[in-house]
Write a protein that binds this ligand. Structure first.
Ligand SMILES: Cc1ncc(COP(=O)(O)O)c(C=O)c1O
Length: 361
């Protein structure tokens, strides 16, 4: 059987240790903001080469908290890609800010930087790029176009744990604030929901630390209007174990992606362009007759994903908001994308079988 992604198999060797550590949390009665939460925040900030990391309940909240910490005037504009997971835009709307969509660069999963430039005006307060599929946005390029303007960059790094930019700098250290998700299927995931925010800005870090804990750092002192969005101690314990295997698994994904890159040669398939040091959260190809391949995959029991079938402006809840707007590259990717299995434990035979099917339909 070919797995799309098998967490239980990936964690087989560390399961015993994880269960032992969870048992310790239970014995210590230390479920909320216990020591492992602090330990994990330190470990994650070291991993990203960034000064501060504040954990929270999930990646959606990480984005919400990051934007909230900036205290922006109502209806300030936030620029984000039209092709991303819904959480990116929800963080904008739920902060009473105005989302401004920008198309992705053709043939890539990433926001077009030249189109960002066209959308910047006096109301623009934040650029929110997404390192989609683990491919890294040229944040330095965005910094160049906003130079001397009072605009923040918050990057959505939910799919990019351990990825690096062309200067070899880790995602998590590239922008003013970075937001990660630890949803189970992410390159680093826990056994439930989890998220984290990284920054080099101490003021922002302290503010988010309060906001995620009902506006409080000291018991019964609430000097911000916050939310309840804490990473469970048990999840932090799991992440402390799993982060040790992240680089190893990322390098395995990289090898699988390289094999796909070098061996898929069906002219019906368009390979999308990834950044050099992508961590391949998803390996996505494009093809016009997607249903034909889906039928073949189903027949041969090859699992697949679609990330995502609709860009943001086509989602039911946003149809009115973005009526008449067109983002052709995002629409093309949504209409033609298929994600191939990229479980780090896929062996050669299985990858060979997948490629054979791809090249022969
Ligand atoms: C690009 C992107 N942003 C945000 C999120 C939200 O993360 P979560 O599911 O942890 O809320 C996800 C993951 O689901 C994601 O893929």
């Amino acid at each position: 059987m070919i797995d799309y992604f098998n967490i239980s198999k990936q964690d087989k060797n560390i399961k015993k240790k994880i269960l032992k550590d969870i048992s310790k949390v239970i014995s210590n009665n230390n479920f909320i903001l216990g020591k492992p939460v602090n330990d994990f925040e330190k470990k994650f900030s070291n991993f990203c080469n960034v000064k501060y990391a504040v954990s929270c309940a999930n990646g959606t909240d990480a984005l919400f908290l990051a934007l909230k910490s900036l205290n922006l005037p109502k209806n300030s504009e936030v620029i984000l890609p039209a092709m991303t997971w819904i959480s990116t835009i929800l963080s904008v709307i739920n902060n009473n800010l105005k989302p401004v969509l920008v198309d992705i660069e053709k043939g890539t999963p990433l926001i077009s930087i030249k189109n960002i430039k066209k959308k910047i005006n006096s109301h623009t307060k934040v650029i929110l790029p997404v390192h989609l599929y683990g491919s890294v946005v040229d944040v330095r390029g965005i910094k160049k176009i906003i130079k001397n303007k009072n605009i923040f960059i918050i990057d959505d790094a939910a799919q990019a744990h351990g990825a690096r930019n062309l200067d070899n700098k880790k995602v998590g250290s590239l922008s003013d604030i970075s937001c990660f998700s630890f949803y189970p299927g992410k390159n680093l995931g826990c056994y439930g929901d989890g998220g984290i925010i990284t920054t080099n800005n101490k003021t922002i870090c302290n503010k988010i630390r309060k906001l995620r804990n009902l506006g409080s750092e000291k018991k019964h002192v609430h000097d911000e209007i916050g939310i309840n969005s804490r990473l469970d101690t048990i999840q932090a314990t799991i992440l402390l174990n799993k982060i040790n295997k992240l680089n190893f698994f990322n390098s395995k994904r990289y090898k699988i992606a390289k094999y796909y890159n070098n061996n898929i040669n069906n002219i019906k398939i368009t390979k999308i362009q990834y950044s050099k040091k992508s961590i391949y959260h998803q390996y996505v190809i494009m093809l016009k007759n997607r249903n034909l391949l889906i039928r073949k995959f189903k027949k041969n029991k090859i699992p697949f994903g679609i990330h995502y079938p609709k860009p943001l402006h086509k989602l039911e809840c946003f149809k009115k908001l973005f009526k008449g707007k067109k983002f052709p590259n995002s629409e093309e990717l949504a209409n033609s994308c298929i994600s191939l299995p990229i479980d780090p434990n896929l062996n050669k035979n299985k990858i060979y079988k997948i490629v054979k099917i791809l090249n022969s339909f």
